[in-house]
Write a protein of this length. Structure first.
Ligand code: 15L
Length: 270
């Protein structure tokens, strides 16, 4: 991989990932809607609004691979999700295809499947069950990735990311935590693995409480080094401070499922 573009480079995850990616991909182009305050000296940064196709076309020109973190990263009003995650994501894939970009890694989310109960262990091939407008936009991005891969031969990896951080911060995150180093590992598989055409991987470290069968990622050589249980006591102490949430505690997506929830509690098993 020569030139690689990282979108969303100013966000919390992008800020850490860009530092880890730079030694591996020295010709790294960074973009976000606004320049990050803590930009490294000599970094190649371009401010891009993903809803403007002309700006997206310019930034993807000459790039071999894209790691697409850019967009709205939590639940939000429909117009915000529509602009950043639907139109923005479409522009990204469409411009990438027309400019000959070979590989795209799409930062999907566990919220594309957040309405699976925690008692279910799910694989990468389940039907999406989004828990929010945000989750719907991630399911859309996964579908776009499949479309550009099948129609145009683009190599696309969708990472259904759990929760990226230095450590898991509550009970739910003990199941879905992803360390920055393991995110880099998954990113490298997506950008480099010769056999990969279109795949969905769960973005999770080695978590004993996981609800996800991530054997698809293991099949491509993923060997996570982060282990959520190493932080168990701290995470459980944080959990004890949280109010009970009968809906959110039942479904995998947590508070994303209980927010605005009006469906009744018959689906919640005791
Ligand atoms: C996500 O998709 C969000 O981007 C992140 O901010 C967290 O809310 C995470 O999911 C999570 O489920 O913990």
């Amino acid at each position: 991989m020569k030139r690689v573009l990282l979108t969303g480079a100013a966000g919390g995850v992008g800020t850490r990932l860009r530092k880890l990616m730079k030694p591996v991909y020295p010709d790294l182009v960074l973009s976000d809607i606004k320049m990050p305050g803590d930009l490294e000296k000599g970094a190649n940064f371009v401010a891009v609004d993903l809803t403007h196709l002309d700006q997206v076309e310019k930034i993807v020109d000459g790039v071999e691979g894209i790691v697409h973190l850019g967009g709205f990263s939590v639940e939000g009003p429909w117009d915000a999700i529509l602009q950043a995650n639907i139109i923005g994501c479409y522009n990204l894939f469409d411009a990438a295809q027309r400019k000959g970009v070979k590989r795209v890694i799409f930062a999907s989310s566990n919220h594309a499947v957040g309405f699976y109960p925690r008692v279910h262990r799910i694989g990468h091939d389940v039907t999406t069950r989004p828990d929010s407008r945000y989750g719907v936009s991630k399911a859309f991005g996964e579908a776009l990735g499949a479309f550009y891969s099948d129609k145009h031969g683009m190599r696309v990896t969708c990472l259904r990311i759990g929760n990226v951080g230095d450590k898991p911060i509550d009970l739910r995150r003990l199941a879905i935590w992803l360390s920055y180093e393991d995110l880099l590992q998954l990113t490298r598989i997506g950008l480099e693995h010769p056999d990969l055409r279109y795949e969905i991987f769960y973005g999770a470290s080695f978590n004993e409480r996981s609800w996800w069968d991530n054997s698809n990622a293991y099949r491509y050589g993923y060997r996570p080094t982060g282990r959520a249980e190493d932080f168990r006591d701290e995470a459980l102490a944080e959990q004890a401070k949280l109010p009970p949430d009968p809906v959110g505690d039942f479904f995998q997506g947590g508070t994303f499922t209980s927010a605005e929830y009006t469906a009744g509690t018959e689906r919640i098993w005791k």
